[in-house]
Ligand binder design. Structure first.
Ligand SMILES: Cc1cc2nc3c(=O)[nH]c(=O)nc-3n(C[C@H](O)[C@H](O)[C@H](O)COP(=O)(O)OP(=O)(O)OC[C@H]3O[C@@H](n4cnc5c(N)ncnc54)[C@H](O)[C@@H]3O)c2cc1C
Length: 388
């Protein structure tokens, strides 16, 4: 068994863990990051795409960040229903924007910058236990890529280990949290085609929802609402294009060969607590949202901005008030984001048991958003992100 000592042990080299280590390093606080996956796997997993303005501004402080150069700025989105598109103009409504920059590209930037800065990242180290939350010496125990046991002792342990968090068990015990399941999922594709639109299209149709997103000039990302039990391998390319096109009536999609497909199940979750003694959970370990509001990665970043501040007070000045108040401060934003993600999801998807009343009410809701400056402004404000 190998034992390593550091100030903050971070489980997970996703957006939450890497951004936290970056902020801690800026304050002169050492950390060790452990991740069960290899660097190559982390850097190639396709997930989030939309970064809030505040997230991009934070990434500006990461040496070599390409969010503004490779990523593209979006000043609005289109809400589409009843065969017509309605632009939500973020710039005009709230003077803010979002950036389309794939999560794995942001992780590539962060990993390169952290390693360049001397960060200790243990790839292939699977944590199976977090212990000592109520002591001054919490620790994590991991199995390394070569089968050895690694014990990391710290002044504080942070679980940034995603939705199947191991650290959450040590923080929440058997209390779990608050859940909501949805009766639909997203069928996602990556295809070789030119962009079908310059901005994202969120389309509600009688057959269900579709999201037309972009990636590069030659590769596009698109999703359509499906049954949670759908088999991603079952439909032919022609059937997928037919479904997508029917879900975006009145807008011709540029089609091309589909080279990746997956079914993404939805779940809303907030943990019963985020801290216990000298342990905290952040990002997807603490909460998950359906992807319709593009909030997951952004919320992970917002959590760690608050936590880094609290850890700086605790570890550099012996002031525990920031850590003690972390739950209340973080949860305020988390529940606002939960609401926004649930609202976008319920407004745009068609529930399998929707009645004629439900369908007509939904169209009334969409009209209220696009036909009112107040309605559009709420969407623009929440989508581009509340200030960090
Ligand atoms: C298809 C899709 C589209 C999305 N679109 C958006 C979007 O547009 N905008 C947005 O903001 N969010 C979006 N999200 C959500 C976003 O990807 C997540 O919220 C984000 O990755 C959360 O970051 P995290 O660091 O908390 O967790 P993760 O990214 O899950 O990272 C956790 C890390 O911990 C590691 N780990 C887990 N268990 C252990 C263990 N026991 N020991 C060691 N390491 C461990 C994992 O290997 C992983 O690298 C999307 C998600 C999906 C799936």
């Amino acid at each position: 068994m190998t034992t390593v000592r550091t100030r903050v042990a971070i489980v997970g080299a996703g957006p939450a863990g890497l951004v936290l280590s970056h902020l801690l390093a800026g304050a002169g606080i050492d950390s060790v990051i452990l991740d069960s996956r290899s660097r190559e796997e982390i850097e190639s997993t396709i997930r989030a795409g939309i970064l809030e303005q505040g997230t991009v501004e934070l990434l500006d402080g990461v040496p070599g960040s390409r969010a503004r150069t490779v990523g593209s700025r979006h000043d609005g989105i289109e809400l589409r229903f009843s065969g017509e598109g309605h632009r939500i103009d973020f710039a005009a409504l709230v003077g803010r924007a979002v950036w389309l920059y794939p999560q794995h590209e942001a992780l590539r930037d962060l990993i390169a910058a952290r390693l360049e800065g001397g960060q200790d990242i243990r790839f292939g180290a699977r944590v199976h236990e977090a212990v000592g939350a109520d002591s001054d010496t919490p620790a994590v125990v991991a199995t390394t890529a070569d089968g050895g046991e690694l014990h990391v002792e710290a002044d504080f342990v942070v679980g940034a280990d995603g939705s199947h968090s191991v650290v959450r068990r040590a923080v929440c015990g058997s209390h779990g949290g608050y859940f909501r399941e949805y009766p639909f999922a997203w069928f996602g594709i990556l295809c070789e085609a030119p962009p079908s639109a310059h901005e994202l299209i969120y389309s509600n149709s009688p057959d269900g929802f579709a999201l037309i997103s972009q990636r590069t000039p030659t590769v596009q990302r698109m999703y359509f609402q499906c049954d949670p039990e759908a088999d991603a391998t079952a439909p032919s390319d022609a059937e997928i294009w037919d479904t997508l096109q029917r879900r975006v009536p009145g807008h011709a999609l540029a089609e091309g060969p589909i080279f990746q497909r997956d079914v993404l199940r939805f779940r809303s979750f907030v943990a019963s607590r985020l801290t216990r003694g000298r342990m905290a959970i952040v990002g997807d370990a603490a909460h998950t949202v359906p992807p319709t509001g593009a909030k997951g990665m952004n919320l992970a970043v917002a959590d760690v901005v608050l936590l880094a501040d609290a850890l700086e007070s605790l570890l550099l000045r012996g002031d525990a008030t920031g850590v003690e108040g972390f739950d209340v401060r973080a949860l305020t934003r988390i529940w606002k984001a939960q609401h926004f993600s649930w609202w976008m999801t319920s407004m745009l998807h068609v529930a399998p048991d929707a009645s004629a009343f439900d369908r007509l009410r939904q169209l009334g809701e969409l009209e209220s958003v696009v036909g009112s400056t107040a309605g559009s402004t709420y969407l623009a404000e929440a989508y581009t992100g509340w200030p960090l």
